[in-house]
Write a protein that binds this ligand. Structure first.
Ligand code: 13P
Ligand code: SF4
Length: 345
């Protein structure tokens, strides 16, 4: 980040060209500034809301107005009365918020915060794949770009994929994209055949089956809880499989005291807050690295959030046509989730 003096505040044009070059506003906030207090003040002054995913750093979760999984975050985004949404998550999440709020300003602290799963499904290649299956409907995981959403019939998240696919008309032949692990899990739970796009998440496929088995032997009382983006062999070992919110609620409700957690460790912050008496053991990876943390999610920092609020940049911008085409399958998901009692009315 660069230092700037308050005597030479950059113009909107300068901010625009910095964002074009770096993907975020690379300016150091004044060193004496209390970032927490200033973020609170700016939120009120600008009628802005901060939505954060569970994989964000603890301090970002603590300054957020709402922390949740992808389904809850899209529902919050659809309902908010705020004039501006600061989305502390990754690009597809902020894009979803913008699609649901085309007239609002949606700002992401760092445009470089992508998603390996979303990137594994490029629109041109997916359009060609879809052509090979005429008459098929497309069910897409929310971890996709707006362009893939626009080619989809309905969107799902990790918390509603099973009940939604179960409830789809039985004559639908389905392509599921982009996560092959979630797709395989949905097929197993629903008994429905689906054609799977071969995408994976770089974080959830790195957990070591052998090391997790060894850990289970070491902690025989511990329950293994896993996100459905993990490899099928690891999911076979799990006592509970669920979205980030599902895993959090499971830790709170389970009478057990120890849990091996196979997902990104950002979720441990809320688990520790809600269930301080429980022991949480992050699932080990294939390598001796911290590669179970999502490098995209971790691009967001408190400084970038402050800058995003202050300069109202980088903003998510999409064409009205793309937003309209991508909105239909997202709204179908929200509508079906309401009908199935998965979210409140
Ligand atoms: P959740 O919807 O379960 O929060 O998952 C989002 C995600 O990106 C998992 O890697
Ligand atoms: Fe994407 Fe995986 Fe990061 Fe989730 S954890 S945002 S699926 S790269």
């Amino acid at each position: 980040m660069f230092h700037i003096s308050t005597a030479s505040l950059p113009s909107p044009e300068e901010i625009h060209s910095l964002v074009k070059e770096y993907g975020y506003v690379p300016l150091e906030p004044p060193p004496t500034l209390d970032l927490f207090a200033e973020i609170e003040r700016l939120k009120k002054a600008k009628n802005a809301i901060i939505l954060a995913h569970y994989y964000q750093d603890a301090d970002i979760q603590d300054i957020a107005d709402f922390v949740g999984d992808s389904l809850q975050l899209s529902q919050k985004a659809a309902e908010t009365q705020a004039d501006m949404i600061i989305f502390a998550g990754v690009h597809f999440m902020a894009e979803t918020a913008k699609i649901l709020n085309p007239d609002k300003k949606v700002v992401i602290p760092d445009l470089n915060a992508g998603c390996s799963l979303s990137d594994s499904c490029p629109p041109e290649a997916f359009a060609a794949f879809k052509q090979r299956y005429p008459g098929y409907k497309v069910v897409s995981y929310i971890n996709t770009s707006a362009a893939i959403k626009a080619m989809s019939d309905i969107i799902v998240t990790s918390s509603n994929a099973v009940p939604i696919v179960q409830a789809l008309p039985s004559d639908w032949r389905i392509i599921f994209a982009p996560d092959k692990n979630l797709g395989a899990y949905v097929m197993k739970k629903t008994g429905r055949e689906m054609v799977l796009w071969e995408g994976v998440c770089m974080v959830h496929t790195i957990f070591s089956y052998q090391k997790v088995r060894a850990l289970r032997a070491q902690y025989p009382e511990a329950e293994l809880i896993a996100h459905p983006e993990c490899e099928p062999a690891l999911l076979e070992l799990a006592d509970f499989i669920g979205s980030t919110t599902g895993l959090l609620n499971y830790v709170i409700k389970s009478p057990k005291r120890q849990f091996i957690v196979a997902t990104e460790p950002g979720i441990l912050h809320q688990m520790r807050k809600a269930a301080p008496d429980k022991e949480l053991i992050p699932a080990p990876t294939e390598y001796s690295c911290s590669c179970n943390t999502c490098p995209h999610m971790k691009l967001n920092t408190l400084e970038k959030i402050y800058n995003a609020l202050y300069y109202e940049a980088p903003e998510i911008a999409l064409s009205p046509e793309l937003m309209e085409a991508a909105r239909r399958p997202i709204e179908r998901m929200l509508e079906m989730s309401r009908q199935l009692g998965l979210i409140s009315k």
